[in-house]
Design a protein around this ligand. Structure first.
Ligand SMILES: Nc1ncnc2c1ncn2[C@@H]1O[C@H](COP(=O)(O)OP(=O)(O)OP(=O)(O)O)[C@@H](O)[C@H]1O
Length: 364
């Protein structure tokens, strides 16, 4: 799910695509829990560290002055440690939790001002949530669980069963339609939850740590499933996780939260390659950089008189793959954007990336 247009370390090499209306546009969003919560945003109390705010007012600012866009077709990951405000933030998007202040729009339409009917429509048709606890109905079959969202929408029985069967197959559960949830493994139950969310054909899927209860192998399977679905359908997804590996694997962009704030928002490559502060640097310290960073990070211009030979690599080739290419041919590789030569990568530059040096610190 890497964005091929990541621009890292100042090597911006592609024009930005024309701006489309964001699926979600969030501006200066606050959610404060506790007495007289409204007085916190925008006032002097907003400046207090979380502990002091709690001590002085009894309030918790779960989301603090957060702004971001979710772009059409992207997987937008919200990552952070437990208690950093991820769930509160994502629940505010459809007002499952009422924001204290700030603006939220879906496709340009104001969410904060929506009446009950419009909100219901938003949650049923436009932004479906997939939870960690699947919320399946125990006495209903897999098929009926998947059809449930359509049933609430008033879709006729034959039509909803046909659609549900299609979704059951899509998530790899064909043949299990008549089982009860209790007769399924955790991973299979999560697939039912996913199929149920997909059945209503929402514009955006919101995942709240959907896989954190699953064992690592099944979790990996489900991640692959999400990647596959995203590739096939291009559906916009907002995905909460506290697992960095999961965030890096799934996210086109990642918003890293700490104490209710977004401390960095960027592509996996930007977050790992150019951490915004010591907190982020610490967070990503153990990430195998060569598997996340691409040759864009290691690029240098071709020297005058240097022959433009060597293997050709696409700009989103990982540093790990480039090391292999350079080791095999014994000289620099060319980075090509179609017919255009962007520059070259050599072993010094690639090693410098692995070592965490800045490009200008690399020898040669
Ligand atoms: N209803 C509530 N009343 C008071 N405080 C709350 C409420 N819900 C959440 N909080 C607090 O807001 C902060 C953010 O919580 P939130 O659940 O959004 O974090 P999270 O990053 O999703 O955590 P986790 O990964 O553990 O689910 C925490 O300090 C939490 O205790």
């Amino acid at each position: 799910m890497r964005s091929a247009s990541a621009a890292v370390g100042g090597t911006s090499v592609e024009p930005r695509p024309p701006a489309a209306t964001p699926v979600f546009a969030v501006r200066n969003l606050w959610k404060v829990f506790g007495p007289k919560a409204d007085r916190v945003p925008g006032g002097p109390l907003a400046e207090l560290p979380p502990d002091e705010l709690r001590r002085r007012t009894g309030c918790t600012a779960a989301v603090r002055d957060v702004s971001f866009d979710v772009r059409p077709g992207e997987v937008f990951v919200v990552m952070g440690l437990s208690g950093s405000g991820k769930s509160t933030l994502v629940r505010c998007l459809t007002r499952l939790i009422e924001p204290t202040s700030g603006a939220i729009a879906i496709d340009g339409e104001d969410v904060v001002g929506m009446d009950k009917a419009r909100l219901r429509d938003l949650r049923r048709h436009r932004a479906a949530m997939v939870f960690q606890h699947f919320g399946l109905l125990p006495h209903r079959s897999v098929l009926d669980n998947v059809a449930y969202g359509l049933e609430i929408q008033g879709v006729g029985k034959a039509q909803r069963r046909a659609r549900a069967a299609e979704m059951v197959a899509k998530v790899g559960l064909a043949g299990l339609e008549q089982r009860r949830p209790g007769q399924l493994s955790g991973g299979q139950q999560q697939r039912v939850g996913l199929a149920r969310a997909l059945a209503v054909d929402p514009e955006v899927l919101l995942f709240d740590e959907p896989f954190s209860a699953l064992d690592p192998l099944i979790r990996r399977d489900m991640q692959e499933e999400v990647i596959r679905l995203h590739r096939d359908e291009g559906r916009t997804m907002v995905f909460i996780t506290h697992d960095l590996g999961e965030a890096l694997r799934l996210g086109d962009r990642i918003a890293l939260m700490r104490d209710g704030r977004i401390v960095q928002l960027g592509t996996p490559e930007e977050i790992v390659g150019s951490p915004a502060d010591d907190y982020v640097r610490d967070f990503v310290r153990d990430v195998p950089r060569e598997q996340v960073l691409t040759v864009r990070t290691a690029l240098r211009p071709i020297a005058s008189g240097e022959p433009a030979t060597g293997p050709a690599l696409a700009p989103d080739t990982t540093v790990a793959a480039a090391i292999e290419a350079v080791a095999r041919c014994g000289g620099p590789a060319r980075v090509m954007d179609g017919p255009r030569l962007l520059g070259v990568v050599d072993h010094q530059r690639l090693l410098a990336v692995v070592a965490g040096l800045r490009p200008e610190e690399a020898a040669g």
